[in-house]
Write a protein that binds this ligand. Structure first.
Ligand code: KIV
Ligand code: ZN
Length: 519
């Protein structure tokens, strides 16, 4: 058995902000990363992998600021097997209360061919880089990337070298999601039995979901002796994603009878962070996703509903409250008061100060005037709407009228307030959204590239709100905007303008002089 304070305690290592964010299109802004990190810390994640500091200035700053704000979690940064990466990583994490350097190199035949190193040369590189990391930080994780396709003897040899050089955690990545549960368990068990010094370190499992087995593989590894699971919220990650945090945590909780291991996660925080990660990453959660999918607790068939009414345990193996889902989807309407809204939002995980509640209440009333029934998801959409603080914004949508028809082009008549001065334009485009975005560009010329435009219907019905996410990219920096409205084109315009407002703020932070000229 590997080293750990308690044999049944499994550490949760969250890599949403590194492996998850690395997924094409899932880029998050600096503030979003800080917000997610603080939610992870709050929910009891043991180790947060905050990013890859050498990758860019933005990554470095995010890891550094997350390290500075962290209260309990160990903050980890990723580094390739070279001194420059490791030094930069240390620079970023060093101010954390509990820093960790995570360094890796691909050890399988295919990965060894990339740096063109012989087995001996690679072994030497591992010794030198892990020793270097350990001289800087007393908490060092080492990963042989593509471990599950590395020759077993060579894997044992390099793990032994890493342990001797000072690694305190050995992570076994299934980089391409190739392994299966029995093999995952066998590998961990054999490594622990074979590698000298294995009992001095913690073994971790890092699985990808290419064959849909990431959760099963991670749990099998735990049964074989791994005591750290690497995972992401909603299973976010490249290709088919990583092991989903909510799945392993709830599996260990619900089936504790056959998997007697504990995590330190407050599971009632799961739903809220799942929603937030979906919103900021622009990766919606599939309806039938285990634990956090919209339908995970919905019982629509007659037989199920009947059974549920008699005894919830008939079809439910966990309670919605366990993951922070309100027990009832109590519908709100235009007669609902401030107190009811506050209580409802609290159930949904939002504890608001009075001034925040006032602002949301005004927007709730406006929505309830247009929409007979306001559901939980509508309220969540209101809460994630980044166009909430209109008074402070440089750009504000004042008027929008779009003319559509079977014969294009569509026309958008738009008025924006730009730092208080109203400007109007009429633009045409290939569809109402294109016409609207063209109008915005004419009124506020900019070079930022539209990196993502996503529409999501919040509830069912033709009066449903649409949540629109817009992501803009300028000089390698990413900003996002989100808005919800029963009119998709209005939500689109507001989301785009919100992203531009964030861009203006970001320019001001990075280049004050330039921002003054363009704003
Ligand atoms: O999947 C992988 O191999 C990784 C490593 C960098 C740990 O993410
Ligand atoms: Zn990975």
């Amino acid at each position: 058995m590997t080293k750990t304070t308690e044999q049944d305690r499994v550490l949760i290592f969250d890599t949403t902000l590194r492996d998850g964010e690395q997924s094409p299109g899932a880029t998050m802004t600096h503030d979003e990363k800080l917000e997610i990190a603080s939610m992870l810390d709050e929910m009891g994640v043991d180790i947060i992998e905050a990013g890859f500091p050498i990758a860019s200035e933005g990554d470095f700053e995010a890891v550094r600021d997350i390290a500075a704000q962290a209260r309990n979690a160990v903050i980890c940064g990723l580094a390739r097997a070279n001194f420059k990466d490791i030094d930069r990583c240390w620079e970023a994490v060093r101010h954390a209360k509990r820093p960790r350097i995570h360094t890796f190199i691909g050890t399988s035949p295919l990965h060894r061919a990339i740096p063109n190193l012989t087995m001996d040369e690679m072994a030497e590189r591992i010794h030198d880089t892990v020793s270097h990391a350990r001289n800087l930080c007393d908490n060092v994780q080492w990963s042989p990337m593509d471990a599950t396709r590395t020759e077993f003897d060579y894997l044992c040899r390099v793990i032994e070298i890493a342990i001797k050089a000072g690694a305190t955690t050995i992570n076994i990545p299934d980089t391409v999601g190739y392994t299966a549960p029995r093999e995952s368990a066998d590998l961990i068990r054999r490594l622990i039995e074979t590698v000298p010094g294995a009992d001095e370190v913690i073994f971790a499992t890092h699985c990808h979901n290419d064959l849909g087995m990431a959760t099963a593989n991670a749990l099998a590894a735990v049964e074989a002796g791994a005591r750290q699971i690497e995972c992401t919220i909603n299973g976010l990650g490249e290709r088919a994603g990583n092991t989903a945090l909510e799945e392993v945590v709830m599996a260990l909780r619900v089936r504790n009878d056959i998997m007697p291991y504990r995590t330190g996660i407050d599971t009632t925080k799961i739903m809220n962070i799942s929603r937030r990660v979906a919103a900021v990453s622009g990766f919606p959660v599939q309806y039938n996703k285990a634990i956090v999918g919209k339908n995970a607790f919905a019982h629509e068939s007659g037989i199920h509903q009947d059974g549920m009414l008699k005894n919830a345990e008939t079809f439910e193996i966990m309670r919605p409250e366990d993951i922070g889902l309100a027990a009832t989807n109590l519908v709100m309407g235009k007669h609902s008061g401030r107190a009811a809204l506050r209580a409802k939002l609290r159930d949904l995980g939002y504890d608001l100060a009075d001034n925040q509640l006032n602002d949301v209440f005004v927007r709730f009333k406006a929505l309830a005037d247009r929409k007979k029934e306001v559901y939980d998801d509508d309220l969540i959409a209101l809460m994630t709407d980044t166009t909430a603080n209109l008074a402070d914004d440089h750009l504000q949508v004042r008027h929008l009228r779009v003319v559509c028809g079977t014969e294009g082009p569509q026309t958008a008549e738009l008025t924006l307030a730009i730092d208080g001065a109203e400007k109007s334009v009429t633009a045409t485009g290939d569809g109402p959204v294109d016409a609207t975005f063209t109008a915005i560009k004419q009124l506020f010329p900019h070079e930022a590239r539209l990196a993502l435009y996503q529409v999501h219907a919040v509830t069912e019905g033709t009066d449903a709100q649409a949540t629109v996410s817009v992501r803009l990219e300028e000089g390698g920096k990413i900003v996002t905007g989100q808005s919800a409205d029963t009119d998709t084109v209005v939500a689109s315009a507001k989301a785009y303008v919100s992203a531009l407002n964030n861009l203006i703020v970001r320019r001001a932070k990075t280049k004050p002089a330039e921002a003054a000229a363009s704003a």
